[in-house]
Design a protein around this ligand. Structure first.
Ligand SMILES: Cc1cc2nc3c(=O)[nH]c(=O)nc-3n(C[C@H](O)[C@H](O)[C@H](O)COP(=O)(O)OP(=O)(O)OC[C@H]3O[C@@H](n4cnc5c(N)ncnc54)[C@H](O)[C@@H]3O)c2cc1C
Length: 445
């Protein structure tokens, strides 16, 4: 049953924002990408999401579902279509104190989650930024500061409430609609609007967290040594490396190693982190004991006109030295993209391959190369970026959709290997046969 605009206006208790509305300009854009949708619908609750989905299906207009709006590909908005913006659905509740089960509204951000859970001493493996949405990050993976100890954000999901393409609300878990539950853990927003996530949180203490920096000239040695160490380091330690940041000096920018030790035992933390300090000449080291919630930083809102091109890859043990060699060589030259490499492995790799639709369990590393600038600058830099990727591609084993600004067939194939894609397409045929939810790395029914 579709909903007409008149019915929507009568029944919808959230906001209907159209061009000319005082909030339109802000509501029309996602964080990184501008858009000009015909309607931005901001539901106040699940019934509104159902009406919004039925209305969108009836119009045949393109539909975007916006969680935290941080997607690089800009799927949180569109031109001439409908945006369902979940930013009013943010309730966070500890629903089972014994099992640490937490229900999180589909439009909540990770900042809201850490603030709500801190008084309970609980935490969920998530990402590194407060303003990023629980929705987009979780549905595609979730690689954050506790990933080696507690797995991806989606590994901690125990159930979800989903509004399907026909407007029906269903529960997805290991017991109910298990195929849907499998598909939403890695398959992104392809299957419906997730109005609530239920996670199993873990008890957290303070953590040891900070940055250790090294001279740019030591990049190749630090990078290779870091990856080798992290492969077998204690799983309490998660780490990432950033270099060649043009806003910090490009090729002469220091190599920044972020370390996050999940635990408050100073001796164990030092034992885990000291080998990182030993990788080269330490310029700065601000590692300190802090509350776990404070590891997440505020995300920046880029000034108008600044755009991002980002591309990611997963790397297995056998290819790590080759990929890191290329990244270090490129990073040492003027005009390099911003490079960031994250350690994965640990708990992620222990989940069986077919347990979720996230297909890159055995990767040691995930890296992202990012260019930022106004469109003409990006266009001029694109050939060099593509040339770097032509060298990297033979060595990478797939892509992480959460750090991909493009969504062509090659990108989708890199995110979902054939077997995973087939199984996702089967679920798509069951839950969204008309491909209403196409604003994502799309699985075609
Ligand atoms: C500053 C910054 C820091 C980041 N840090 C990390 C990090 O540490 N770790 C990491 O893994 N990733 C990180 N990311 C990547 C991030 O996970 C993705 O950009 C993710 O898509 C953002 O989710 P969102 O809900 O904010 O975005 P949106 O643009 O709102 O959504 C992204 C996609 O998810 C879908 N979606 C969102 N919510 C729902 C929902 N409730 N139901 C159905 N579909 C939904 C949207 O339709 C869209 O296709 C970062 C990104 C940025 C910009």
């Amino acid at each position: 049953m579709s909903t007409s605009l008149d019915t929507l206006r009568r029944d919808f208790s959230g906001d209907i924002i159209e061009p000319g509305h005082p909030n339109y300009e802000l509501a029309s854009r996602s964080v990184l990408v501008a858009g000009s949708p015909t309607y931005v619908l901001r539901p106040a609750g699940v019934a509104d999401v159902q009406s919004a989905v039925r209305f969108a299906a009836g119009t045949g207009l393109p539909l975007s579902v916006r969680g935290g709006g941080h997607g690089f590909a800009g799927f949180g908005t569109n031109d001439d279509g409908i945006v369902i913006d979940l930013s009013r659905i943010t309730e966070i509740e500890v629903v089972d104190e014994d099992r640490h089960h937490v229900r999180v509204g589909g439009g909540a951000t990770w900042g809201q989650v850490v603030d709500a859970l801190a008084p309970y001493g609980l935490s969920i493996s998530s990402g590194d930024t407060r303003s990023v949405g629980v929705g987009g990050l979780t549905l595609a993976g979730g690689i954050g500061w506790k990933v080696r100890k507690y797995g991806l954000a989606l590994d901690n999901l125990v159930a979800a409430e989903v509004v399907l393409a026909d407007g029906e609300v269903v529960h997805a878990s290991a017991q109910w609609n298990a195929d849907l539950f499998w598909a939403i853990r890695g398959g992104g927003g392809n299957f419906g609007v997730v109005t609530a996530f239920e996670f199993e949180a873990h008890v957290t203490t303070d953590v040891f967290f900070g940055q250790i920096t090294f001279p740019a000239a030591e990049l190749p040695v630090v990078l290779q040594g870091w990856a080798e160490y992290l492969r077998d380091a204690p799983e309490e330690l998660t780490s990432s490396v950033e270099f060649a940041n043009p806003f910090a000096g490009g090729p002469s920018a220091p190599v920044v190693v972020h370390v996050a030790f999940d635990g408050d035992d100073a001796e164990l933390a030092a034992r885990a982190i000291d080998p990182v300090r030993g990788l080269g000449t330490v310029l700065e080291d601000d590692v300190a004991r802090i509350p776990a919630a404070d590891m997440l930083v505020e995300g920046m809102v880029p000034p108008p006109g600044l755009q991002f091109v980002t591309r990611s890859g997963f790397v297995g043990k056998e290819s790590a030295a080759d990929v890191l060699g290329i990244l270090a060589e490129v990073g040492a030259k003027e005009g390099s993209p911003i490079m960031a490499v994250r350690s994965v492995g640990g708990a992620v790799a222990r989940v069986p391959e077919d347990a979720t639709a996230y297909a890159h369990r055995q990767a040691d590393l995930m890296f992202a190369t990012t260019m930022a600038g106004p469109p003409p600058v990006l266009a001029a830099a694109q050939p060099a970026f593509d040339a770097v990727w032509a060298r990297l591609t033979p060595h990478v084993s797939g892509a992480y959709s959460n750090f991909l600004s493009s969504a062509g067939d090659d990108d989708v194939a890199a995110v979902y290997p054939a077997e995973t894609y087939e199984r996702l397409a089967e679920a798509k045929r069951e839950y969204d046969p008309g491909n209403l939810f196409a604003g994502n790395h799309n699985i075609r029914p």
